[in-house]
Every structure is written in C-alpha cells, then in structure tokens.
Design a binder for this molecule. Structure first.
Ligand code: GAR
Length: 186
C-alpha cells in the first residue's frame, strides 16, 4: 500500500501526534508521518518526533513570511496531507490554497458548538448535557470546515474541566485515526 505523505502540526503536549504515529505504523493505515512542524520550542510533543525518528522543524510564527518557510518544507518532504493536532494557530490562506480539502483538524467540542479556545469551561458554564470532539476539514474560518467525524459522551454533574478534558481526549484518540481512514477510503 502506498502511504499518503503527511505532516502533523503541533504546539503542545502532542498526545494526538503520538497516537497518530502509533496508528501510522500499521501497514493498513493510509498515512505515513514524514514531517512534524511545531511553532513552540517548549512543546513536549517534539519528544515523539525524536523518539520515533521523524524529521521535525520549528517555525517562528512571529516571523514575516513564515508561511513560505512552511510551504518550502512541505514541498521538500513531498507532503500531500496535513493533520493539525493541537496546533494553536490559524492556517493562512497561502497554505490553504495549496492543500484544499487536504488539511484536517481535531477540536475538543461538538462543533459548531464552542469554536475557539477554553472549550471545557464554556461547556460546563452553559450546562450542556453532552460534549466530545470533532475532526473536520480546515477552511478559512476558525473551526468551521465540514465535519468528518464526531464522538460524544454524556456529562456527569460532578465532572470538572479536567474530567471533561480527559474524557474528550480519550475520544480524540479514536476519532482522529477513524477520520483519516474514512477520508482515504471514500
Ligand atoms: C487536543 O485536545 C485538541 O483537540 C486541542 O488541543 C489538544 C491538543 O492535545 N485542539 C484545539 O483546541 C484546537 N483549537 P495534544 O497536544 O495532547 O494532542
């Protein structure tokens, strides 16, 4: 099976990255992670790039024209698919235009509810009965592209922000690989 050359973008802990790396080592999983792009030198997730010997680069998103540098590396590694796994920056139009319907993101809420940051505290505040995660295509608008997969759980009255985070991330580790399989199977 020819695997899709993929780049994962991260900013932090990288637990979804780790999960994708492990899944991608299975022969029947459609993607291979050939490159990791990180915009935070302190991101723990970069340890997974080192551990699994995957090329990685740091990008300073404060630099002018940083998108050109990203595009240069995507080209160098012949990347045709991008996964945003806790990447806390908007993807610029320049990159979107080169990867139309080829960039996906995981978000810790049931979109279109709770776009943006601080999702868990907002979910609790608005007394939702359920929450979960969404994997979606990335477009120009924040957390607004079409949904590929969603998974949910019912919120218990005693759940706090940490509980929601733990339960949501557990679902993310199933949702992200499932979404990727779905895209390349269809
Ligand atoms: C994930 O829960 C993901 O849904 C969220 O960041 C976390 C990253 O965790 N993404 C967003 O909030 C994007 N708006 P990880 O670094 O351990 O994978």
């Amino acid at each position: 099976m020819v695997k899709i050359k993929t780049c994962v973008f991260i900013s932090g802990k990288g637990s979804n990255l780790k999960n994708l790396i492990i899944n991608s080592r299975d022969n029947s999983f459609p993607i291979k992670i050939n490159l990791i792009i990180c915009n935070n030198k302190k991101a723990y997730g970069i340890n997974y790039a080192k551990k699994y010997r995957i090329p990685y680069i740091f990008i300073n998103t404060k630099m002018k024209n940083y998108e050109n540098r990203i595009l240069l590396y995507l080209k160098k590694y012949k990347i045709s698919f991008i996964c945003l796994a806790g990447y806390m920056r908007i993807i610029s139009e320049k990159i979107l235009n080169n990867y139309r319907k080829r960039i996906i993101n995981i978000h810790p809420s049931l979109l279109p509810k709770f776009k943006g940051l601080e999702t868990f505290s907002r979910v609790l505040k608005s007394k939702e009965i359920k929450t979960g995660c969404t994997v979606h295509f990335v477009n120009k608008k924040l957390d607004s592209g079409s949904t590929i997969t969603q998974k949910f759980f019912y919120i218990k009255t005693k759940d706090n922000v940490e509980d929601l985070k733990k339960k949501t991330q557990k679902l993310e580790y199933r949702a992200f690989p499932e979404a990727i399989i779905k895209i390349f199977r269809d």
